[in-house]
Design a protein around this ligand. Structure first.
Ligand code: NAD
Length: 254
């Protein structure tokens, strides 16, 4: 870890207090070190499948098998991976701050797997499926499916319970996320290219309501000019260091 980054983290933690409402807003970069490729980064899944073409409601109607092939491959990738030290560090924040909410754009369930208990999933969950006829959804960890697309007991097709491109987000989850963002005193924004709306309104709302915005990314993003401070590097390396420094700081104060 370079010295400048370490000093910047010291400056950040020195004013933080246990009694703080914290929201962590995460995107695909959060899970990159777990082995799940990001959409916009190079490599893996998304070079074979274009999510903007395959992960749409229209494609589900016209080419359900192609949609499910991509989704089943994503499920197999997630099943072969696990949360990284960045997810663990975020889960640990619950012991350090009075209120912590994670708002994620990810569908991999890794925040919950790492131990975070208050997670809002803006784009759904890859392990959930939904009957297109009955509208019910449930967790189904079958991987891989023997037949694609998989069927409900009622005979209708199942769909992934994730938000496809051009689909609306779950209104209740989005509203709760906006309310939490508006109440946050500190927002950590991790591994998002900040290009997917309406999720990208989450940091804007927090900032408008006076939160300190702290970004963690490997590169400059559309959010960087707007954030109070940006840390550039891998989240799986910087977040554990941030949490360690925070623990030391809080322990000294108490
Ligand atoms: P994105 O793919 O557009 O951007 C990823 C961001 O992560 C980039 O800004 C990149 O610089 C950054 N990044 C890459 N590696 C990083 C690392 N090790 N540490 C910190 N930052 C890193 O992702 P998005 O903004 O989340 O938007 C794409 C949409 O696709 C979202 O809905 C997203 O959640 C979904 N998606 C989810 C998964 C998953 O569930 N793991 C994977 C791919 C895409």
């Amino acid at each position: 870890m370079d010295k400048k980054l370490s000093l910047q983290l010291d400056l950040l933690v020195k004013d933080l207090e246990r009694d703080t409402r914290v929201v962590v807003f995460t995107g695909a970069g959060m899970s990159a070190e777990s082995g799940i490729p990001t959409f916009r980064g190079k490599g893996g899944l998304w070079e074979k499948y274009d999510p903007a073409v395959v992960a749409t409601a229209e494609a589900l109607q016209l080419r359900p098998r192609a949609v499910w092939e991509m989704h089943d491959t994503l499920r197999q990738t997630i099943a072969a991976c696990k949360p990284n030290p960045g997810h663990d560090a975020i889960a640990e924040l619950e012991d350090l701050f009075s209120a912590v909410t994670v708002i994620t754009q990810n569908v991999d369930n890794f925040h919950q797997d790492a131990g975070s208990t208050n997670v809002y999933e803006l784009h759904g969950n890859a392990w959930r499926v939904k009957c297109v006829a009955e509208g019910k959804s449930w967790v189904d960890r079958t991987v891989p499916y023997e037949e694609l697309p998989p069927k409900c007991q009622c005979g209708a097709m199942l769909r992934p319970d994730v938000v496809f491109f051009n689909e609306p987000l779950d209104e209740a989850v989005l509203n709760k996320s906006f309310i939490e963002a508006g109440k946050a005193k500190l927002m950590l924004i991790v591994g998002t290219s900040y290009t997917v709306y309406p999720a990208a309104y989450v940091p804007i709302l927090a900032k408008q309501n006076g939160a300190l915005l702290v970004e963690f990314n490997i590169e400059y993003t559309g959010l960087s000019a707007f954030a109070d401070v940006s840390f550039y590097g891998k989240s799986g390396e910087i977040l554990p260091l941030f949490v360690q420094k925070l623990k030391n700081h809080l322990a000294k104060k108490e």
